[in-house]
Design a protein around this ligand. Structure first.
Ligand SMILES: [Zn+2]
Length: 611
């Protein structure tokens, strides 16, 4: 039952128009499409399951892959019904009827997924001697990298029965350990003062966010509470971490992985040499975060920041941006960058691909989603007129533009981005929009925004690389010694935190245990991708600033999807990401911002002189 108000909103393009997929939750085409998906899937399975000619003859493999690609383009395992009900549940979270419908489609999809996975698994088993022949075959050119990725993973796979055991055991040897610590932490509560003056009992996530409060007493008391919670749980975490480090060591030995981070690099489609160079280039510029924290301490009128104070916001950012303001601003930035960006944005608005405002039952946060190559992109926002919301819109649009550029150029099996470069487009757009906002702001606002931006960039680039180095030493030391005490883990942790923060941040007593809640160190070596994505984005920004025509190369990169590894995509554009100069260009952008911020702070007499 659509009320008039809803209709008007829809017309203005601020709620999702899902009619591109179905006309409603009971559209009779939903059942029709499920039947069609079943038919298409089992036709494919029936045709290829009981033969192996396509594993020997490249021409046959091409035929099979063409068919598989068409299936992935038109339906996959859940097609429009899966996408539609997933989207519906995101904007109507409390509707149990919808949840039930979505669960039904999921069940349906899982069954097909299980029945069709033989195809992928058998391709992985093509012997290395034949792989070369397949990769060299002209007819398979458009699937070459798709095959390369399968073969690269297959190199470290065990036999089918061994893989099955690994699978069955992974919950007890890894998952349950990690869950135990996080479950214990999630039960913790402490009485703490809040920003509005009340005192209340709060769980850990809220206490953690209070450690960055502008009010000193609030943040210091919150930090004490965090120290207390970490101290209480550190013995359990010590045993947990040692167990998962041991499990990882066993896995790597069984799979013949010479270094602990290799499995991550393979699954992210990035070469170890590229990650090594990234980590090295960033580590060599740890003087940048060190200068930033010294500046921040100076501006906050203290000699040193305490460990938990490093993210306290400087100044106030209270300018309001309505959704229309945000749209206008971003349209201008996009139009200056490239006409196609602005066109894609206008198309999203025209077709109702945004859901803009918060409302009851709608999920929080923001995302941009794509599913099959044949289905439209949708973007969810929760716009509340803050600066942060403008940047979020730009960020999600970056993902959206990435989708549309890939859609135009790639086959269905290459429609996507590897984790290593998934955030390049989003941060690229975000940063250009922020520059326009800065251009229009007065000095006071500009200084606050620049401090916020530096804080974010430094956490994303330097903190994550420091964490990566911490993980490397953690795994290596564990492998040498066989067990690490909580004191040893704490020492390693503080060593790597101090390395990038420098003298202006105190490694405060108690913070040696703050690794206990850092969930990312349990998803081994994931964090480099945050730093890598943002630095690639900044390096590209740097080139566009110097030479606006470079945007054509950026577009080439954004439309390449999974067709090649990032290294080779860039090589085709004449850019070598295994060259230090590439990463330094990105780091130069951070340095320039730091320099400008410092000069502005001096000009506004917030500090006495430049450091
Ligand atoms: Zn993102």
């Amino acid at each position: 039952m659509a009320r008039k108000g809803d209709k008007e909103k829809e017309d203005k393009g601020v709620v999702w128009n899902l009619k591109h997929i179905f006309h409603g939750d009971d559209d009779p085409r939903i059942e029709e499409q499920k039947k069609l998906i079943l038919k298409r899937s089992y036709e494919f399975i029936g045709r290829w399951k009981d033969r192996n000619d396509y594993l020997k003859d490249p021409a046959m493999l091409k035929q099979a892959l063409d068919e598989y690609e068409r299936w992935m383009r038109d339906c996959g395992t859940d097609g429009n019904p899966g996408y539609y009900f997933w989207l519906r549940t995101q904007i109507d979270k409390n509707n149990t009827g919808l949840k039930a419908k979505y669960n039904k489609v999921e069940e349906f999809s899982k069954k097909i997924g299980n029945d069709i996975q033989f195809f992928h698994l058998r391709i992985a088993k093509i012997p290395p001697s034949l792989q070369k022949k397949f990769l060299a075959y002209k007819g398979l050119r458009k699937y070459r990298h798709y095959l390369e990725r399968i073969f690269a993973e297959a190199r470290h796979l065990l036999s089918e029965s061994e893989e099955k055991i690994m699978n069955l055991k992974s919950t007890t040897s890894y998952g349950n350990w990690v869950r135990m610590t996080s479950d214990f932490l999630s039960r913790e509560e402490r009485r703490v003062p809040l920003e509005d003056g009340r005192i209340a009992v709060k769980p850990l996530p809220e206490i953690l966010s209070l450690t960055s409060s502008r009010i000193r007493n609030v943040r210091d008391t919150a930090a004490k509470a965090v120290n207390d919670i970490m101290r209480k749980n550190v013995d359990v975490a010590e045993i947990e971490l040692n167990s998962i480090l041991a499990n990882k060591k066993i896995d790597d030995e069984l799979r013949g992985m010479p270094r602990p981070d290799l499995s991550r690099h393979i699954s992210d489609d990035i070469e170890s040499e590229t990650v090594d160079l990234l980590v090295q280039s960033v580590s060599e510029k740890f003087s940048l975060p060190q200068r930033f924290y010294a500046l921040k301490a100076d501006m906050m009128g203290v000699k040193k920041l305490k460990y938990h104070e490093r993210n306290v916001e400087y100044g106030r950012i209270d300018k309001k941006y309505s959704y229309d303001d945000s749209v206008k601003l971003i349209k201008k930035v996009f139009a200056d960058l490239d006409g196609q960006f602005a066109e894609i944005f206008a198309g999203f608005i025209r077709n109702g691909q945004f859901d803009v405002y918060p409302r009851k039952g709608k999920g929080s946060g923001a995302f941009c989603v794509h599913h099959l190559i044949s289905q439209p992109t949708y973007i969810l926002l929760n716009h509340t007129d803050k600066l942060h919301d403008v940047l979020t819109l730009a960020h999600e649009l970056g993902h959206g533009i990435n989708n549309e550029l890939m859609r135009g150029r790639q086959q269905a099996l290459n429609f996507g981005t590897p984790t290593s470069t998934a955030e390049v487009a989003s941060t690229f757009m975000e940063d250009f929009v922020l520059k326009e906002i800065l251009r229009r702001a007065d000095d006071e606002l500009r200084l606050s925004i620049m401090m916020m931006k530096l804080n974010d960039d430094i956490s994303t680039i330097f903190r994550q690389v420091a964490c990566y180095c911490f993980e490397q030493e953690l795994h290596q030391t564990f492998r040498e010694r066989g067990y690490l005490s909580k004191e040893e883990i704490g020492r390693l942790f503080q060593k790597h935190m101090a390395a990038y923060m420098g003298d202006a941040v105190e490694q405060s007593a108690g913070s040696e245990n703050w690794w206990v809640y850092w969930s990312h160190i349990r998803s081994f070596f994931y964090v480099y991708s945050y730093a890598g994505g943002l630095l690639i984005s900044k390096s590209l920004q740097n080139s566009v600033h110097k030479q606006p025509k470079f945007i054509d190369k950026v577009k080439e990169f954004l439309s390449a999807g999974l067709s090649e590894s990032p290294k080779n995509i860039f090589l085709k554009l004449g850019i070598d990401i295994t060259d230090r100069g590439f990463w330094n260009k990105g780091l130069d952008e951070v340095e320039t911002l730091l320099q400008e911020t410092q000069e502005l702070a001096v000009k506004m007499k917030k500090i006495r002189k430049g450091a």
